[in-house]
Write a protein that binds this ligand. Sequence first.
Ligand code: NAI
Ligand code: MG
Length: 347
Amino acid sequence: MTRTIRLAVVAGDGIGPEVVAEGLKVLGAVLDGSDVQVEQTPFDLGAARWHRTGETLTDADLEAIADHDAILLGAIGDPSVPSGVLERGLLLKLRFALDHYVNLRPSTLYPGVPTPLARPGEIDFVVVREGTEGPYVGNGGAIRAGTPHEVANEVSVNTAYGVERVVRDAFARAQARPRKKLTLVHKHNVLVHAGHLWRRTVEAVAAEFPDVAVDYAHVDAATIYLVTDPARFDVIVTDNLFGDILTDLAAAITGGIGLAASGNINPDRTTPSMFEPVHGSAPDIAGQAKADPTATVLSVALLLEHLGLGDEARRISDAVAADIAGRDGTTRSTSQVGDALAARVRS
Ligand code: NAI
Ligand code: MG
C-alpha cells in the first residue's frame, strides 16, 4: 500500500532555499522505488513575504502548515529585516504554536571530520532541549527603559507539566540507545527554584526507567566536559536557554555548523514536527552555492526517523558518513554535495 507523507516546506531566507533543495533531492532519492510518496506544499514565509505584505506568520498560514505530517525548514532571517521580527514572529511562533517541546539536537563526530579538540574521543550524544518554556517564552518586560532607572525582567518559566514531559521523552530516548545514560544539565546550586523542579522530576521519572543510568552536571561544568571529555555524554536533557548554548558548542566540536541537524518535535504527534539545520540564513554566503547542505540532509534523516522510516533515515546518515570520510578539501558546490549524497543513498 502506498503511503503519502504530506510535507510542508518552508525554505525561508538566504541559503535556506539552497540547502532545502538538496534536502528534498536526497529525500526523493532515498524514497525512490519505495511505496512512500512525498506530497510537498511550499510556504512563502520569511523576509520577501514580510517586505511585500508586512506579515510574518498569519493564523491562516499556521492552520495550513498544521495540516501536514511534518515540516522541513531551511533558515529564517535577513539583514534587511529588523533583528527579531522574523526570528520571534515566525520561527519561535511556529515552535510555540505547534507545541514543539522537544528540541532534539544530535552530535556525532564522523570519522574524517576536523574537530578543534586535540583528544575528541568518540563523540555521539543527543541534546534534548526543552522547547516551549524557560526564559524564551517572552514572560517579562521593561520599565523606565532607556533611563538610568531601567528595570528589565526576563522570567524563566518552568512548569511541572512542561519539565516532566520533556524529561520523560529524554529517558525514553536514552533507553533506546546502547549506552542508556541520561545527564541532566542545569544550575540547581544557584537557580534553586527551577533547578530543584528539574532535579526532582528527573529523580521521579528515573524510577520508571531503572535500566537508564542518571548523571548530573552544572551547566558551567558541562561546557568544560564538552571540550575535555565529550565522550562521557549520551543523552543530555536541559532547559531551553542552556540547551541553546550547549548545542552551539556541541556543533563546534563535531565539525561545525554545516553538519548540525535538529528536530523541533511534538512527541504526542498532535501537530507536525519541524526539522531544520541548526544554522541560520548565512547572508554572507547566500546565492553563491557555497552552503554545505549536509545539516539539512541530516535533518531530513531525523524527519524520516520521526515518521517511523528508520531504515531510510539510516541510509541517509550512512551516506553522509561515507561522503564525509571521502572529503579531501576539494571545494564542491551546494548542489554537488547534494548530488553526491543522493547518489550514495540510491546505491
Ligand atoms: P548563521 O548560522 O546564518 O551563519 C554563521 C556563520 O556560519 C556564517 O559565516 C555562515 O556563512 C556560516 N554558515 C552557516 N550555515 C552554513 C552552511 N550550511 N554551510 C557553510 N557555512 C555556513 O548565523 P548568523 O550569521 O548569526 O545569522 C544569520 C541570520 O540567520 C540572522 O538573521 C539570524 O537571526 C538567523 N538565524 C536563523 C536561524 C534559523 O532559521 N533557525 C538560526 C540561527 C540564525
Ligand atoms: Mg542558537
